[in-house]
Ligand binder design. Structure first.
Ligand code: 4NP
Length: 160
């Protein structure tokens, strides 16, 4: 069985590509690349086809994450059939996904930060219109929640 995880934000050029790259790295390091599939998508359409924001890419590279192969795409209704975990970065995106969610969806739709160990931030703040600090904060929060998510999936889904 493969566990499939989709990270979602507004543009799929800052927060969810960061989560995608960081979590993929955690999965590979744990030797679970054949058990856990990772992707990311946007609720908005404005950046479809674009690579991640250069500020996101630069911040990620400084911590050893490669986001260069990613391209933004929009969430598709079929994602609710394919993915086991759909994890938006904030409550606005969670609300938009809930509105799209088919009645028979049996996966987990909830905030990515629910898997974080820190309790100060319940959402990943949008860094797009701010300074460098915002991109570092995204990485701090995503790294923490990625560890919590991997632990959860290993415990609840992979130890049958
Ligand atoms: P993201 O950041 O949702 O983390 O990818 C944003 C990217 C673009 C815009 C807003 C947020 N935008 O308004 O274009």
């Amino acid at each position: 069985m493969t566990v499939k995880v989709l990270f979602v934000c507004l543009g799929n050029i800052c927060r969810s590509p960061t989560a995608h790259g960081v979590f993929e790295q955690r999965v590979q390091s744990a030797g679970l690349a054949d058990r856990i599939y990772v992707d990311s998508a946007a609720t908005g359409a404005f950046h479809v086809g674009n690579p991640p924001d250069p500020r996101t890419v630069a911040a990620a590279v400084r911590r050893g994450y490669d986001l260069s192969s990613q391209r933004a795409r929009q969430v598709h209704p079929d994602d609710f059939t394919f993915f086991d975990f759909i994890l938006p970065m904030d409550r606005m995106n969670l609300g938009n996904l809930r509105a799209m969610q088919p009645r028979d969806f049996r996966g987990h739709l909830g905030l990515f930060m629910d898997f974080s160990r820190q309790k100060q931030y319940g959402q990943v703040p949008d860094p797009y219109s701010g300074g460098q600090d915002g991109f570092e904060l995204v990485l701090d929060l995503v790294e923490d929640a990625a560890d919590g998510l991997l632990q959860h999936i290993c415990r609840e889904k992979l130890q049958a």
